[in-house]
Design a protein. Sequence first.
Length: 80
Amino acid sequence: MSLIIIGEAATKVMDGYAEYARAHADVPWRGMRGMRNRIAHGYFDINLDVVWDTVNTALPTLLRQLADMRKNIAGDETPE
């Protein structure tokens, strides 16, 4: 369910803040939306190995990216 929520949030950023999403093109916005759609609509066709790999590999990377973005917004660091 958390991956669905992440995908929904990514969709909202892409739709409502397209310029921000483009400025942070290293964040896999489309991939998050795609994962959400696959989980929400794939039902029994979900590849659990892909979900597991996403949680163990992609999610920690995403968390670091989001933390860096948050620091930049808060003004703690100067954007590159």
